[in-house]
Design a protein around this ligand. Structure first.
Ligand code: NAP
Length: 295
């Protein structure tokens, strides 16, 4: 079997088109959704992510602000940045770009964000709502995975799903979504992690395998069953002297061997990655609607 490609770049483009139409409808009512990103320090990948988020906002007509603070900021100064965004009516959604310097308390800062503006879906209030099955904003990367499964018509009801990785950002919220009794989910979910005795024993039995580990090409064709659906969240950079840049971006799955056996597969790059920002925009537009009593 040669797998059908689940194209996250194309899907994200389509979502941006849909959001542009929604933003125009809101503009006709005098509402402009706004996203504020807080960037602390000068971590190069974080700068790239934040700039890319701001560019994507522009594409769909969402107002965006980047608040840059140097790495020496105190916890109280960080709180006052968050407090002023919490009370700023132009800002529908706030995100604190992770990681922040390790002497700061990232969890406490996340909790300081008003949950009604927590478009990253990481505030305990929003995580709790998801677990109960009454979500407001859901974490962007797992939401992107669910959106890809839905748009590529992967029926999830009753399916055996194995998620490898249990982070608060990806694995745990994804499991909480997939186990819900919703039309697009309703699956049987197993979560594997570094203490799992034999991960491949689980992945070989799964109808759908979702990897979110950060371990380059960990999963190969021999570790999945014929016709499985493979969703690869992992992103790693590996040295490759045969290409001009000297490195390649790969996922947690070995693409060639897995795509020879799977029925559907996401590539890396171009799979889940572009969906994360598309879901952040989706949450920001939803935030503007909620704050104006339209959702
Ligand atoms: P994380 O916080 O480091 O969590 C990694 C998870 O994988 C942990 O639960 C860890 O287990 C598990 N794990 C790591 N190595 C393992 C191994 N050899 N065997 C079994 N389990 C193992 O990472 P994350 O934030 O969830 O991100 C995971 C990957 O997704 C990274 O490559 C990241 O760059 C990528 N990512 C992509 C996007 C996107 O937009 N596409 C967004 C977020 C993250 P323990 O809990 O036992 O340590």
């Amino acid at each position: 079997m040669t797998a059908e490609l689940i194209d996250g770049s194309e899907t994200a483009k389509q979502i941006r088109r849909e959001l542009t139409a929604q933003v125009q409808e809101l503009a006709a009512k005098g509402i402009v959704p706004g996203l504020a990103a807080i960037l602390v320090g000068d971590d190069p990948p974080s700068k790239i992510y934040v700039n890319s988020k701001a560019k994507n906002c522009q594409k769909v007509g969402v107002y965006s602000e980047v608040i840059r603070k140097d790495a020496g900021i105190t916890q109280d100064e960080l709180y006052s940045v968050i407090d002023s965004l919490n009370s700023n009516p132009r800002i529908s959604g706030i995100l604190l770009q992770s990681p922040i310097p390790s002497f700061l308390d990232e969890f406490a800062a996340c909790v300081r964000i008003n949950p009604i503006k927590d478009v990253d879906g990481l505030h305990p209030d929003n995580v709790g709502r998801l677990l109960i099955g009454k979500p407001r904003y859901q974490s962007c990367t797992p939401l992107g995975v669910i959106e890809l499964l839905k748009r590529y018509r992967v029926e999830m009801k009753g399916k055996e799903v194995v998620i490898v990785g249990r982070s608060n950002l990806v694995g745990k919220p994804l499991a909480a979504m997939l186990m819900q009794k919703w039309p697009e989910t309703n699956a049987t979910v197993t979560i594997c992690h570094s203490a799992t005795r034999d991960i491949y024993d689980h992945t070989r039995r799964a109808d759908v395998v979702i990897t979110a580990m950060g371990q380059p090409e960990f999963l190969r064709g021999e570790h999945i069953k014929e016709g499985a659906v493979i969703i690869d969240v992992g992103i790693s950079r590996i040295d490759d002297p045969s290409v001009e840049k000297g490195y390649r971006i790969v996922g947690d799955c070995h693409f060639e061997s897995c795509s020879a056996k799977a029925s559907k597969i996401t590539p890396v790059p171009g799979g889940v990655g572009p969906m994360t920002i598309a879901m952040l925009l989706t949450n920001t537009v939803l935030a503007a609607k909620i704050q104006h009593g339209l959702a």
